[in-house]
Ligand binder design. Structure first.
Ligand SMILES: NC(=O)C1=CN([C@@H]2O[C@H](COP(=O)(O)OP(=O)(O)OC[C@H]3O[C@@H](n4cnc5c(N)ncnc54)[C@H](O)[C@@H]3O)[C@@H](O)[C@H]2O)C=CC1
Ligand SMILES: CC(=O)C(=O)O
Ligand SMILES: [Mg+2]
Length: 372
């Protein structure tokens, strides 16, 4: 199979879909790998690293989309990329379709087979291709939150850890999964006073055990959150209902109850955001204000640390990428129900239930489409 890896074109996105090591494995398995010149530069990989791994270089994304059987990327395809996707081609990348009807329409129209990293599952109930980027975004969230709290950035002017004699910042993390746990670790490490809210009591028990009194856990409901908000300096949104649009847990009216200059970091923005006033921002212009509350809503946070993120993502995607290449998507998905859970679109059919619910579209069972 010919595997193509174009340069990411989303603004400020420096990750790349294939590492040289992943390219080397694919070549060793008998595949041809074609990488756009310069695709790895932002993550610290040179064209020579790819050619040394046995990959070929292409001058343009057009050449890659026109000839590759499978496209391996990082971010959801942007409009010019969607226009180049072809019937019969496999796209393996993040999609986040639920809040994105335009992308959904274009992928359906392309006729391609689109497998989303973020809905591939594992047998422990996890999301193995989302988890490495959630680790990164979670660790970044208190860091960007602390930056947003600085006066020059519109914030309250509160230091996360306080100083002797001055109280630390109050930080609430809504959602105690991979992002939330990583965020809690860093926020606790910075000396903040941390509360984690989740709807899963087993998850709260786990966090209570692991953090041994260094944070507070709280069940996530409207009343409890409303009580908490007036005291919070920083709130990190980290909820997920896999594949679905994020529930709006902080409404616009709630902002008036918060301290002016408090910060919201909505990590769940790629699934539409869990605050009503969230809208996606970029690394170039990450923060905006609504009703006195600063919002940080960057949908590709891991792109800020592109080298760490590219290697972590490549480690996780490599076995699935190789299975797709070695067996073809149909057999690979038929043999692995977890990979089949990644199938969102095939040949004009939507195959992911939560996306259909979010957009009011008909869904075809993925088990049916792999039968052909
Ligand atoms: N902005 C960015 O750059 C990035 C965003 N993400 C996003 O971060 C979000 C979280 O991802 P993960 O931590 O990996 O998911 P996860 O599945 O590990 O954790 C989500 C947690 O949310 C909890 N939850 C669900 N509904 C809730 C509610 N109403 N209140 C409180 N908690 C609730 C679940 O019980 C679960 O523990 C996802 O939307 C993911 O796509 C991930 C990586 C990068
Ligand atoms: C998960 C995701 O959307 C990202 O890493 O950008
Ligand atoms: Mg994202």
């Amino acid at each position: 199979m010919k595997i193509g890896c174009p340069t990411e074109i989303k603004p400020q996105e420096f990750r790349v879909g294939l590492t040289p090591n992943a390219a080397r494995e694919a070549v060793a398995a008998g595949h041809e790998v074609i990488v756009q010149k310069g695709a790895g530069t932002g993550a610290g990989f040179t064209d020579a690293d790819y050619t040394a791994a046995g990959a070929h270089l292409a001058d343009t994304a057009q050449e890659i989309f026109a000839t590759a059987d499978m496209i391996v990327k990082v971010k959801e395809p942007q409009a010019p990329e969607r226009a180049m996707l072809r019937e019969g081609q496999v796209l393996f990348t993040y999609l986040h379709l639920a809040p994105d009807p335009e992308q959904t329409r274009d992928l359906l129209a392309s006729g391609a087979t689109c497998i989303a990293y973020e809905t591939v599952t594992d047998d422990r109930g996890g999301l193995p291709l989302l988890a490495p980027m959630s680790e990164v975004a979670g660790r970044l969230a208190p860091q960007v939150g602390a930056w947003t709290l600085q006066k020059a950035n519109g914030g309250l002017g509160v230091l996360m850890g306080g100083v002797p004699g001055v109280r630390p910042a109050n930080v609430a993390i809504i959602g105690g999964g991979v992002v939330g746990t990583a965020a809690a670790r860093v926020a606790v490490g910075m000396g903040a006073n941390v509360t984690v809210l989740d709807r899963s009591v087993p998850r709260l028990s786990y966090l209570d055990d692991v953090f041994m009194g260094r944070l507070t856990t709280q069940y996530s409901d409207r009343g409890g959150l409303a009580e908490l908000l007036p005291r919070m300096d920083l709130v990190i949104g980290a909820v997920l209902i896999p594949g679905a649009e994020a529930p709006k847990l902080i409404k616009r009216a709630d902002l008036a109850t918060m301290k002016p200059g408090a910060a919201l970091v909505d990590v769940a923005i790629d699934q539409g955001g869990c605050f009503e006033t969230s809208r996606a921002t970029t690394h170039a212009d990450p923060v905006y204000e609504v009703d006195g509350i600063m919002h940080y809503c960057v949908a590709n946070m891991p792109g800020a640390v592109a080298r760490t993120s590219t290697i972590a993502l490549g480690n996780a995607t490599m076995p699935f990428m190789l299975a797709l290449a070695n067996k073809g998507w149909r057999q690979a998905c038929a043999e692995d129900p977890h990979l089949l859970n990644g199938l969102n679109v095939h040949a004009g059919k939507l195959t992911y239930y939560a996306v259909g619910v979010a957009q009011g579209l008909d869904v075809t069972s993925p088990q049916l489409v792999i039968k052909g």
